[in-house]
Write a protein of this length. Sequence first.
Length: 288
Amino acid sequence: MMDLWTEIYTAYRLATAGTVSKAALELGVHRATVNRHIDALEAALGTRLFLRHRRGYELTDAGQEFLAVAERSHEMLEDFFARMHVQKADVAGEVIVTTLFPLTDFILPAILDFRRRHPRTRVTVTTGNKLLSLERAEAHVALRVGAKPTHDDYVVQPFCTLDFALFANPDYIEQYGRPDLLDLSGHWFVGNPVQDSAAPFEAWLAKNINPEQIVLKSSNAKVLETAVRDGAGIGFIPVSVAERAGGLEQVSPALPEWTVKSWLVTHVDVHRSDKVQAMLTHLKSILT
């Protein structure tokens, strides 16, 4: 298969384009060349990747598997070439990164390393629940949580997964006892109970905890963490954040339904700029 790189790439372009004409235009080759490459690849594999019909080409089950592998390979190669380009580029200027508070401790080492390696840059990190506009260049790189953003002009890449659990100050546990998820009466909570929240643990609070038990409400994660550390009540904190800072006791498992996915989001107009690629490279290095 190593001799079929060209045919593999042609099949990838056809799978994403949907028609031979569009794939041929994107590749800068004749339609017959696309068909010849597909035939050669399918013959080598011994299976059909595409079903031909009048409206275009449809992926078979094997074709769907091929596309999943090809997309991962394409993304890895794109990241590699971006890293090589960034290493040679003279990166300069301001980079604005917007995120939510639970992610700031996680990404700060990568941002500081970015600054050390690119001394002609300036970095602004903003936190908060307001979504800054990438279209109006209010931010260059956004770390979004929840459902995958679907804006047509956004380049969206998976980042990290945050496992949330309930934590409490040891003094709180000594005074009120260790909570049991099956019976949370007699306990106090800090949080942001919202029925339709994109954060599943906030929706869980709204559904399962009596409003009278929530002694402090805030949409600011830093305020809530400080309140938990002060012993005001039990609250949700990312496990990685709590373990890094220490001083708190985890009083519940990190249930799968409380997990939050995060995404690296850039606008297509700035995605390929040297400074944005350099920042993305440093942020992704956290995960390796």
